[in-house]
Ligand binder design. Structure first.
Ligand code: ADP
Ligand code: ADP
Ligand code: ZN
Length: 215
């Protein structure tokens, strides 16, 4: 089972992907996480991506598709992959088809998280994650059960992304509208798209996705 979670920044892709990983034998491939790791490591890819990400623009198709191809070769992805934040352009969508076909695999569903753009700024500026395990939180919508302590791993340090500010978000939204939303009709024509109301509670969104994927 290979699925794409598609939606604008803040739609809940990462939140839902990590729940799918916890509940099923699937692997989450997030190009955003891979690129942030590359920036942190100071690798050649990270050096190229850093300023582009800080500006809220898209990193080149060649870079992100190469990251995905390398990751698919690590051998733990046979049971299924959740693509989170990839593909983001028509060229990436084409590249993904080829990468999967070369490995005898294919896409099963493209789950579109339908959201109200006006609500996304609040989601993004309130986003933070556990510095230790990466669990996602929100200042209003998902605080740790015990203040200051990660529900999952008990760590007490959290971090915020430098690009999660109102100014960069508007560029990221514009990139989504201009380059990512246009790939939906391509998948629609292939009968792969399933829509989910991304404005519902986190648990309700998870239930809707589970309903699509079956048990
Ligand atoms: P994306 O990966 O699509 O950018 P995230 O999963 O990181 O989005 O979610 C963005 C922020 O919104 C996070 O702080 C997360 O806790 C919160 N969030 C995610 N889904 C919901 C939801 N259904 N309702 C309210 N807040 C949500
Ligand atoms: P969000 O879902 O909140 O927009 P991501 O973590 O997916 O954030 O991406 C953060 C940034 O990393 C993007 O704004 C972009 O600069 C870069 N990025 C991530 N995935 C891709 C991709 N598939 N193609 C191009 N750039 C990407
Ligand atoms: Zn944690």
């Amino acid at each position: 089972m290979n699925i794409i979670l598609l939606g604008p920044p803040g739609a809940g892709k990462g939140t839902q992907a990590s729940r799918l990983v916890a509940g099923r034998n699937m692997v989450q491939l997030s190009t955003g996480d891979m690129l942030r790791a590359a920036v942190k490591a100071g690798s050649p890819v990270g050096v190229k991506a850093k300023a582009v990400m800080a500006a809220g623009e898209l990193v080149s198709d060649a870079i992100v598709s190469a990251l995905i191809g390398e990751r698919l070769d690590q051998g733990d992805t046979a049971a299924g992959v959740i693509f989170d934040g990839y593909p983001r352009t028509a060229a990436q969508a084409d590249a993904l088809d080829i990468l999967l076909a070369e490995r005898g695999s294919a896409l099963d569903y493209v789950v579109e998280l339908e959201v109200d753009e006006a609500a996304l700024i609040e989601r993004i500026v309130g986003r933070f994650t556990c510095a230790h395990c990466g669990e996602g939180y929100h200042d209003v919508f998902k605080l740790p059960t015990v203040a200051g302590v990660c529900d999952v791993c008990g760590a007490t340090e959290f971090k915020r992304r430098p690009d999660d500010n109102a100014e960069t978000v508007s560029t990221r939204m514009a990139e989504y509208r201009a380059k990512t939303a246009p790939i939906l009709p391509i998948y629609e024509a292939r009968g792969l798209v399933r829509r989910v109301n991304g404005m519902a509670d986190i648990d309700e969104v998870s239930a809707a996705i589970a309903g699509i994927l079956g048990s």
